[in-house]
Design a protein around this ligand. Structure first.
Ligand SMILES: C[S@@+](CC[C@H](N)C(=O)[O-])C[C@H]1O[C@@H](n2cnc3c(N)ncnc32)[C@H](O)[C@@H]1O
Length: 558
């Protein structure tokens, strides 16, 4: 929970704060400029070093750093970070103090035909969403109180990014203008998320998402980011190579476009012109070998090195970040998962290391992983317990961050709060959520559909069956066949008939081991499990919810 509660949590329906009638200053002005320049310099220094390296899609010239093994972090005195809250963000946000978060990114379920809001396929969540958001107006009314809360918790120097698509972006913008103030709207970012050709015969395919970027005042953090120049540009504009160093350069114009500059009009290397620089600066550059005269009498030019250029500033069209590919390491199978590169860019641009990043609709936790990788503090909220478990597993697996209360208190690790995970609560959650919970708790992969896949609710791919070396030519995909089925029943007493039907599944699939999860088992069921093993050599491992909650299952899973 946040450390300090606002003395009086403000009602989400309170009026938005009055905004300055003047348009915001550009980031280059005032103190914001100084802060921004410091950070931008840091970014561009990195840029200069890396500018000629070939860029991967979405690669940015920014100081991204790799996952580090759970370093101890400076914590905020205002609220707890490295926490995932399970629950409706409207309720959770009411506990956050005013002006406590530096950067907010949200990617809420859309009011669109796409299955954005679906967690792994056809679920009840989808139907619930469809009922709830029957119209755009209802969607906006669902989002408005949440965005009011988010505006309240955002610092005056903070930034807010709302990710949506063309179905609702214009309605969302009107709502956000009312909440943040139209003057605090910065940029409509267009992210090309696919190259799909669908509908190309009847219209232009809608292949982009919209990300609306607002600030909460005029002194927001903004680190200018750069992309490397593309190869064609380099070949065309930096064709000269310095033989001694191999550095690429272009010869840049030194004459001044303003002809009326008497103090800059003088003769240099025998040529009289209106120059850009003072005579002293020209002489100094000449001494350093930075001014080139191709032949006597030719107009001198300046050597501009490619490796000293920052690159191309990132603008509002983001077409260099591809969606997550089917075989990408990043992919978790969550249909609305966004690429890490997208979140890296937002976090790098609008926060500095140690700042607090909040994602209040965090799905499988992309923003949290990006924030962790980039050395930011983070807080996630999601209403789906399954999503919370998935993102917790992701933080553990991808970032090596321990999920541990004691370590979290010591400034390491993270915690998940308010999961409905007690035996009583697990009895009450919808069957599909229960199945997901059980399969994920066992380290398995749940089915993508709500209907069990021919009696199998999930599969475990044991680590020992993974190929030892990647790229092994023979039997490279053999491990795909080494899996164990999981059967889940949200039942108090699993009986003999349930075991009989799981035995049929194991025989049909020719599996040597399978897992059964339930609250308890009848003695008939346990006797049959033993008999099945004696008859067939196939082991059914009966696990109870209590054992899983008490984390007593490691030996049985081995
Ligand atoms: C589009 S997904 C976010 C995907 C995320 N950006 C990612 O990369 O994984 C939207 C998420 O919002 C969650 N959600 C929907 N309504 C919510 C609410 N009222 N409070 C918190 N989370 C909510 C859903 O459970 C879903 O996981």
């Amino acid at each position: 929970m946040p450390k300090k509660h606002s003395p009086k949590p403000k009602s989400p329906s309170r009026k938005p704060k009055r905004r300055s009638p003047n348009p915001p200053e550009p980031a280059e002005q005032g103190s914001a400029r100084r802060a921004s320049e410091t950070s931008a310099r840091r970014v561009s220094e990195t840029s200069a070093r890396r500018v000629s390296a070939p860029a991967a899609p979405g690669a940015m010239l920014s100081p991204a750093k790799a996952c580090s093994p759970a370093p101890k972090r400076k914590t905020s005195s205002l609220l707890d970070t490295r926490v995932i809250f399970c629950g409706d963000n409207l309720e959770k946000l009411k506990d956050f103090p005013d002006a406590s978060v530096d950067l907010i990114y949200i990617d809420p379920p859309f009011n669109s035909n796409r299955n954005y809001e679906v967690f792994w396929g056809e679920t009840r969540e989808k139907r619930a969403f469809k009922d709830r958001h029957a119209s755009t107006a209802a969607y906006i009314e669902f989002m408005r109180p949440r965005c009011l809360q988010l505006a309240r918790v955002l610092k005056k120097t903070g930034a807010f990014y709302y990710h949506c698509d063309w179905h609702a972006s214009h309605y969302v913008k009107v709502m956000l203008d009312q909440i943040f103030g139209a003057n605090n709207f910065c940029t409509e970012i267009v992210w090309r998320r696919t190259n799909a050709k669908g509908l190309a015969f009847r219209s232009f395919p809608n292949n982009h998402d919209i990300i609306l970027f607002y600030t909460n005042g005029q002194r927001h953090i903004f680190n200018r980011l750069y992309l490397p120049h593309d190869e064609k540009y380099v070949a065309g504009f930096y064709a000269n190579v310095e033989p001694e160093t191999g550095r690429k350069y272009q010869l840049a114009d030194l004459t001044n476009p303003n002809r009326d500059r008497p103090n800059l009009t003088y003769e240099f290397l025998g040529v009289k012109r209106v120059w850009r620089w003072t005579k002293e600066r020209m002489e100094e550059a000449h001494k350093k070998g930075l001014i080139v005269q191709s032949r006597p009498g030719a107009v001198p030019r300046f050597k501009r090195y490619l490796d000293e250029q920052k690159g191309v500033p990132v603008d509002s069209i983001w077409s260099d970040i591809p969606p997550i590919q089917p075989h990408s390491d990043e992919r978790l199978g969550y249909p609305t998962q966004k690429p890490l590169a997208l979140l890296d860019r937002i976090i790098n641009a609008s926060s500095n290391p140690g700042d607090i990043v909040l994602d209040a609709f965090c799905g499988c936790g992309t923003a949290l992983v990006a924030a962790e990788n980039l050395g930011r503090q983070w807080i996630g909220i999601d209403v789906s317990p399954t999503a919370c478990r998935v993102m917790a597993k992701r933080l553990r697996d991808v970032c090596g961050l321990p999920e541990d209360e004691a370590l979290w208190k010591a400034g390491r690790g993270f915690v998940v709060r308010d999961l409905p995970w007690t035996v009583e609560k697990l009895r009450a959650i919808p069957p599909f959520e229960f199945e997901n919970w059980a399969v994920i708790a066992l380290g398995g992969i749940p089915n993508k559909t709500q209907v069990a896949d021919r009696g199998i609710d999930g599969r475990i791919y044991p680590l020992s069956s993974l190929p030892r070396k990647s790229g092994e030519a023979v039997g490279e995909l053999a491990f795909m066949d080494a899996w164990y089925p999981i059967q889940v029943k949200q039942k108090d007493k699993v009986g003999r008939p349930d075991i009989d039907s799981f035995e049929a599944v194991m025989t049909r699939e020719n599996r040597t081991k399978g897992f059964f999860v339930a609250f308890d088992y009848s003695s008939d069921a346990l006797t049959e499990i033993d008999a099945f093993f004696r008859r067939s050599g196939k082991a059914i491992i009966p696990l109870t919810v209590k054992e899983i909650l008490d984390e007593q299952i490691a030996k049985k899973l081995a």
